[in-house]
Write a protein that binds this ligand. Structure first.
Ligand code: LMR
Length: 394
């Protein structure tokens, strides 16, 4: 039986991790996978997470199962973080998931159960695991234009034109903030236009919110999602705690579903529990419990917010430094978009051959579509990268 298996294509982002590890050059620079690193190259455990873990270790008396959809307090805490303290509880179903990817997967399975014929519309480009999971599930997918390769901003008119063609009941996947892989994001007035188009076409938004707090701040990064949640009767939100709580390996995520009324909410809540049971039964609890503790305790929350803000400011400074370094060295403003983009990623606009030259000649690793992880840089490597970019003719 096992001999019948066909080799699967490696995920292009995760494959980079192995290649980087195997490279024995001392000055190599990892701008691949989306993991935050401080100036010393470490992905730290956040201070509030450490404190919460200590408290949990003292207070926890059992490791027995919690509930199929996870602890309702986690769902409520995440809904408050994402949708604001006045989130519409009567419309809300929530389930803890295995990381943000788990939330995406469960959202897609929910869509497939409700409407197997739905086409899921993805931004062009998007995180490569989106199309991969959709085709694995045998669902239909299409793309809407998103990125303007010239300006490296959002091709908004083209996006709206494409979204205008989406059929009622189809699903539109939107990045809530910090677009992965481009770094180009919608403004709030643009979010309002997107909401109006979705309302007109009867499409269902699925928002992937993996970087809240990494762009313009916790509140600003949720503003588009909140606007959509208010405007539309049915909204799915897949959120990750991997990056903003720095708990990558704990696999902590949540799927929120906003339903038009409490009856549909209850039906959805039951289905989310069912889906968890089918796929992995009870979701992991440790990371979710830490997040619930942090969000519910004013002192821990303040500590977390301040460290998250330090992380955000660090990335903003790196963006500005890199844009300035490139301007000074190239004598042109053509890399100014790096300072305008938000989040961990920017798409540089290099060809796969140029990306390969960066790796081969300079030991600099980024995804082949020229997505670079800004958080992989530091004061020493910014000028090194800037010079290498110019040397490779980018
Ligand atoms: C990324 O895009 O690099 C991260 O979301 C990590 C991943 O799982 O791909």
């Amino acid at each position: 039986m096992l001999a019948n298996l066909k080799p699967q294509a490696a995920d292009k982002i995760l494959a980079l991790m192995g290649q980087f590890k195997a490279d024995d050059r001392a000055g190599k620079i990892d701008l691949g996978v989306g993991v935050y690193k401080d100036a010393s190259g470490l992905t730290p455990v956040m201070r509030a997470v450490k404190s919460a873990e200590q408290l949990l270790w003292q207070a926890e008396t059992t490791k027995t199962y919690v509930a199929l959809a996870g602890d309702p307090a986690f769902g409520a805490a995440m809904a408050g973080l994402i949708l604001g303290p006045d989130y519409p509880g009567a419309r809300l179903a929530a389930a803890a998931t295995v990381g943000g990817t788990g939330a995406i997967r469960q959202a897609l399975e929910l869509i497939r159960l409700a409407n197997p014929e739905a086409t899921v519309w993805l931004s062009d480009p998007t995180w490569p695991n989106h199309p991969s999971i959709i085709s694995y599930l045998g669902m239909k997918q299409a793309t809407y234009r998103y990125f303007d390769a010239e300006t490296r901003g959002v091709a908004f008119a083209a996006m709206i034109e494409d979204l205008g063609r989406v059929a009622p009941g189809d699903v539109v996947l939107l990045h809530g903030c910090c677009h992965n892989p481009t770094g180009a994001n919608l403004t709030l007035p643009e979010w309002a236009e997107v909401a109006a188009v979705l309302e007109r076409t009867g499409a269902i938004p699925l928002i992937d919110l993996a970087y809240q707090g990494f762009g313009d701040g916790l509140e600003a990064d949720a503003a588009g999602t909140r606007l959509i949640a208010e405007a539309l009767p049915e909204v799915l939100i897949a959120a990750s705690c991997s990056k903003n709580f720095g708990i990558y390996r704990e696999r902590t995520g949540v799927l929120l579903a906003l339903a038009p009324d409490t009856g549909v909410r209850d039906l959805t809540q039951g289905t989310l529990a069912f889906l968890n049971r089918q796929n992995y039964s009870f979701p992991p609890d440790h990371g979710a419990r830490l997040v619930t503790m942090i969000l519910g305790d004013p002192a821990l929350r303040a500590e977390w917010e301040s460290e998250l803000e330090e992380v955000r400011q660090t990335m903003l400074r790196l963006r500005e430094d890199l844009a300035r370094e490139l301007r000074d060295r190239s004598g042109s403003d053509r890399f100014g978009f790096l300072a305008q983009h938000r989040g961990m990623f920017s798409r540089l606009g290099a060809t796969p051959e140029q990306v390969e030259r960066l790796r081969a000649e300079h030991g600099i690793y980024m995804v082949s579509d020229s997505r670079l992880n800004i958080a992989g840089l530091n004061a020493r490597t910014v000028p090194v990268l800037a010079q290498a970019i110019l040397d490779c003719g980018i």
